[in-house]
Design a protein around this ligand. Structure first.
Ligand code: ZN
Length: 188
């Protein structure tokens, strides 16, 4: 150490502790059968859950995604994270999320997924939903969701139920996507 003060204002010791505490988790890729497992409800709200939610956030940000479900990192518990903000500074954590109301009005939106890299396609879903969930401390709340948030919430809850968005597409499209991903894997 040369004794200089880091630009960020944090001591090097603090930085190393922060780096040590973060973990980037491995994201499963379609058609991995583990993506089709149904996640179980979260029943314990404590330090482990808080740390896991933080790791989920870090993993999502490092992969430049807007949402991530625990299922995608091979943890089969009902927790999702998302951040639809422009500056990526509004991490939302939904524990045991469920849709308690959905509009009859549908919306068609192009979706992508960190578990299906490079593939985008349109899915039709309810335009607005009401979400019931708990935060990492276990406090229950409800949230009315529209636009991108409504789509993202439904996409992530699908993951917890073992459904990847491409499974909403025609069987022909699904076969084409699997072939494309296989070809890409072979080239790696
Ligand atoms: Zn996804």
């Amino acid at each position: 150490m040369d004794g200089s003060v880091p630009v960020s204002g944090y001591s090097p010791a603090f930085l190393s502790i922060t780096a040590f505490c973060m973990a980037i988790l491995t994201i499963l890729e379609y058609p991995d059968p583990r993506l089709n497992r149904v996640a179980r409800p979260v029943t314990e709200f404590g330090e482990r859950l808080r740390q896991f939610a933080q790791d989920m956030g870090e993993t999502m940000y490092s992969a430049a995604g807007v949402g991530l479900a625990a299922t995608q990192v091979d943890v089969h518990e009902r927790l999702v994270v998302m951040d639809l903000s422009e500056n990526k500074d509004e991490l939302r954590v939904f524990v045991n999320p469920q849709i308690v109301w959905a509009s009859t009005e549908l919306v068609t939106c192009e979706e992508g997924c960190l578990s299906v890299p490079g593939i985008y396609d349109v899915v039709k879903r309810p335009a607005r939903v009401r979400l019931r969930a708990q935060d990492v401390a276990g406090t229950a709340f409800e949230l009315d969701c529209a636009d991108k948030l409504a789509v993202c919430v439904q996409h992530e809850i699908d993951h917890l139920d073992g459904t990847v968005f491409v499974q909403h597409l025609s069987l022909l499209k699904q076969a084409r996507i699997r072939a494309k991903l296989r070809k890409r894997h072979a080239r790696r």
